[in-house]
Design a protein around this ligand. Structure first.
Ligand code: NAP
Ligand code: G4F
Length: 384
């Protein structure tokens, strides 16, 4: 049985990857951090008692700041594949915590690579690199585009990228960098912009929230569907030779377009008024949800400069020619379907009937190993 170790298993990607690998018959080990509150909401539904016969899912306490524990873990588990997804992954937060981000996102990678080298095990290694590396380089961005990082997070990921290449070249480690563009899902962290929008939309419809405050709504991103991207991580480790791949959809949209698409799907037309930090969106029409909390003319979105970044990445759009050619990969879920799926789940989570066009689209495209369950969501659905 193939054995995988995942850092960051409690995160968006880690949780989907764990489900995906379990569906392929893997034994999956995950590193979790001790926290004073539960941080396993994304993986509770796949947890099994390690004592039960045939258990294939195991969690271990550890932290990317703790080299000794990482070395012990790797030596004891002896994974065939390691997926290093753990990181302080929030770009805006990295400006507030640059040193911590460098330690965990940057040096944490070296601790793990060293743990592999010192334990002497043979393994395949996936590094969660990021399109943030491209920073100020204009789109489309590919594996050969110069890296021009624009945040402490991106600088830390740049260091981790090159350490991965160095361990591949210096120690013959089968190590791949997946340079992944933004990918989202109903499990996306609540403070990343897409999820912030879809959650706020549901809250506005139920009257729990009056307004959504955003930063730079003209920034453009290449947004894909997270479950597709974890399949790519696995695929990279299946190749004869280790290499680095850019993974995205090849399409980009602004934050403003994402907001318009999400609100329109929930039946709310928006009109944008004003400019810069004074810009706001007011309700221009209400269709599907006759919400008692909203009426035409209501302001639902405002700009809060607190969310601006000292240095912004204006436009990311992937050139995925290499992944297409070498990995025979084509993205399946469109921006429209992704947005609808996220809205569907957040509406349902808020107890509102959802159109379910997004959920149906994902089902029809074969993501059958997951239903995006959050244990919290399950409890709500079952009325507990
Ligand atoms: P995420 O949801 O923020 O998950 C991050 C994971 O890292 C969580 O499990 C978190 O644990 C863990 N972690 C944080 N600090 C840690 C520490 N000190 N020690 C051990 N674990 C720690 O991120 P994601 O969206 O799944 O992304 C996965 C990886 O891909 C990250 O490295 C991210 O930077 C990278 N990436 C993401 C995207 C994207 O668009 N999603 C694109 C390119 C690259 P807790 O749950 O305990 O906080
Ligand atoms: O959703 P975001 O916070 O994602 P960002 O900064 O692109 O980073 C994500 O994708 C990277 C891959 O390119 C990953 F490496 C990284 O770990 C993370 O997953 O912001 C997207 C855009 C930015 O331009 C931001 O300035 O949305 C803009 N934005 C506008 N208003 C906002 C907001 N972002 C957030 N988080 N919150 C806002 O209110």
């Amino acid at each position: 049985m193939t054995r995988a170790l995942i850092t960051g298993i409690t995160g968006q990607d880690g949780s989907y990857l764990a489900e995906y690998l379990l569906s392929k018959g893997y034994e999956v080990h995950g590193v979790i951090r001790r926290a004073s509150t539960f941080n396993t909401g994304r993986i509770d539904h796949i947890y099994t008692d390690p004592h039960s016969p045939g258990a294939r899912f195991f969690l271990h306490y550890g932290d990317l700041s703790d080299a000794g524990q990482l070395t012990d873990l790797i030596y004891n588990v002896k994974p065939d594949e390691i997926y290093h997804l753990g990181a302080q992954s929030h770009v805006r937060v990295s400006f507030d915590t640059p040193e911590f981000t460098g330690d965990i996102t940057g040096i944490g990678t070296t601790r793990l690579l060293e743990a592999i080298r010192r334990s002497g095990i043979r393994t395949r290694y996936y590094q969660a690199s990021s399109s943030e590396l491209f920073g100020a380089s204009p789109p489309p961005q590919s594996e050969t585009t110069p890296f021009r990082p624009r945040s402490p997070y991106a600088a830390a990921k740049l260091y981790a990228y090159w350490m991965t290449v160095n361990y591949r070249e210096g120690y013959n480690l089968f190590a791949c960098n997946g340079i992944l563009f933004n990918h989202e899902s109903p499990r996306r962290g609540e403070t990343f912009v897409t999820r912030k929008v879809t959650r706020a939309l549901a809250n506005i419809l139920t009257g729990k929230q009056k307004r959504l405050y955003l930063g730079n709504i003209d920034a453009k991103r290449d947004w894909g569907f997270a479950p597709e991207y974890v399949e790519m991580m696995w695929l990279m480790l299946r190749q004869d030779e280790p290499d680095d791949y850019a993974v995205g959809t090849g399409e980009s949209h602004s934050v403003r377009e994402m907001v318009d698409t999400a609100f329109a799907y929930a039946g709310i037309g928006l009109e944008w008024k004003g400019e810069g930090a004074e810009e706001k969106a007011v309700v221009s029409s209400l269709a599907r949800h006759p919400s008692t909390c909203l009426k035409p003319g209501d302001t639902v979105i405002e700009i809060d400069p607190r969310y601006f970044r000292p240095t912004e990445v204006n436009h990311l759009r992937a050139d995925i020619s290499k992944a297409k050619e070498r990995l025979r990969w084509e993205p399946r879920v469109t921006f429209d379907e992704l947005t609808k799926t996220m809205v569907d789940y957040d509406l349902r989570m808020a107890g509102i009937e959802a159109p379910c066009e997004g959920i149906e689209a994902c089902r029809s495209k074969g993501f059958l190993y997951t239903d995006h369950t959050y244990s919290l969501y399950e409890r709500i659905r079952e009325g507990e």
